[in-house]
Design a protein around this ligand. Structure first.
Ligand SMILES: [Ca+2]
Ligand SMILES: [Ca+2]
Length: 302
């Protein structure tokens, strides 16, 4: 037969064990954890002297960390840095622009540091590469980026001091194009800010006279070779902004959610918390010695 104290201990242990049970339900996909020592292919690119980017614990999202961009502005044009995951298109032949099913990210704009224009936030870019329909001939190949920004969706002010989730809809979300090497070797912005991904894929598009001429992306094969997020240049002010939860999918078989986190060694040990139901049992346990001593003293004083 159990004593009263045994029953209390058993109840307390049951309460503690119930707190350690995993939560029910599963995420749709398992995130890829990107850390400073295991960056999973991500790296700093296009960094200029006023800007930095690192995984920090300053503004955690989905865990203990996120990607943190800082600009301490001193020199015009030096306020740029990107973080990028790039791959060889030959290794991922099904990562085609036309196969892109999900593109999403979350950003955070910190009002206590940021002085740049109110519409600015970390942008999201995908790198594309078109073979011109002649895989064996590189002379007609072109490449560039498609870029997401709130301002071209009619969002004039980026929210501050909160995480903002954005998902690119291929049919409706506007993406603008930068040509790294477009038709005839032309480079620069294609000034057309009203086209969706589906529009870009539908046929020949153009900017204004004098702009680089993008390829007709309905022709040949257009690979995606990178995903990239970054700040600047030309923003001309200080900033602190964060990014986390970048998701890139080419159908259900190639679906990645990148979660930026500190190295495991930097993670504090989890401190178990007590549920309201367990607290009374713990208090009884802790007070048992005191109760016994108090009872003994009362006996002596009688
Ligand atoms: Ca070619
Ligand atoms: Ca995170």
């Amino acid at each position: 037969m159990k004593t009263a104290r045994t029953r209390v201990v058993c109840a307390f242990l049951a309460a503690v064990l119930s707190m350690s049970m995993p939560a029910t339900g599963f995420a749709a996909i398992t995130p890829v954890t990107v850390t400073p020592t295991n960056p999973q292919g991500w790296t700093v690119v296009n960094q200029r002297s006023d800007a930095s980017v690192a995984i920090t614990t300053t503004q955690p999202r989905n865990g203990l960390g996120s990607l943190q961009f800082d600009v301490n502005f001193t020199t015009a044009g030096q306020d740029k840095v990107d973080f990028e995951y790039a791959w060889n298109p030959a290794d991922y032949p099904t990562r085609l622009l036309g196969n892109l099913t999900t593109l999403a990210f979350e950003y955070y704009r910190d009002s206590t540091v940021t002085t740049v224009a109110s519409h600015l936030h970390p942008v999201l870019r995908i790198g594309w590469y078109n073979d011109g329909g002649t895989p064996a001939d590189t002379s007609d190949d072109t490449q560039g980026r498609l870029i997401y920004e709130d301002i071209y969706q009619g969002i004039a002010t980026a929210p501050e001091d909160q995480w903002v989730s954005r998902t690119i809809d291929p049919a409706t979300t506007k993406l603008w194009m930068y040509c790294n090497w477009c038709t005839g070797g032309s480079t620069g912005v294609v000034q057309n800010f009203s086209l969706s991904l589906n529009d870009w894929l539908s046929g020949q598009q153009s900017g204004i006279p004098g702009d680089p001429v993008p390829p007709d992306l309905s022709q040949g094969t257009t690979y995606v070779w990178s995903v990239n997020t970054g700040v600047g240049s030309g923003w001309n002010g200080d900033l602190r902004m964060h990014v986390d939860q970048i998701r890139l999918a080419f159908g259900p078989g190639d679906d990645s959610l990148f979660n930026f986190e500190p190295d495991p060694a930097a993670e504090p040990r989890a401190v178990p918390t007590l549920s309201p139901t367990a607290l009374p049992f713990l208090m009884v346990l802790l007070m048992l010695p005191l109760l016994r001593r108090t009872g003994l003293r009362q006996k002596v004083m009688r």
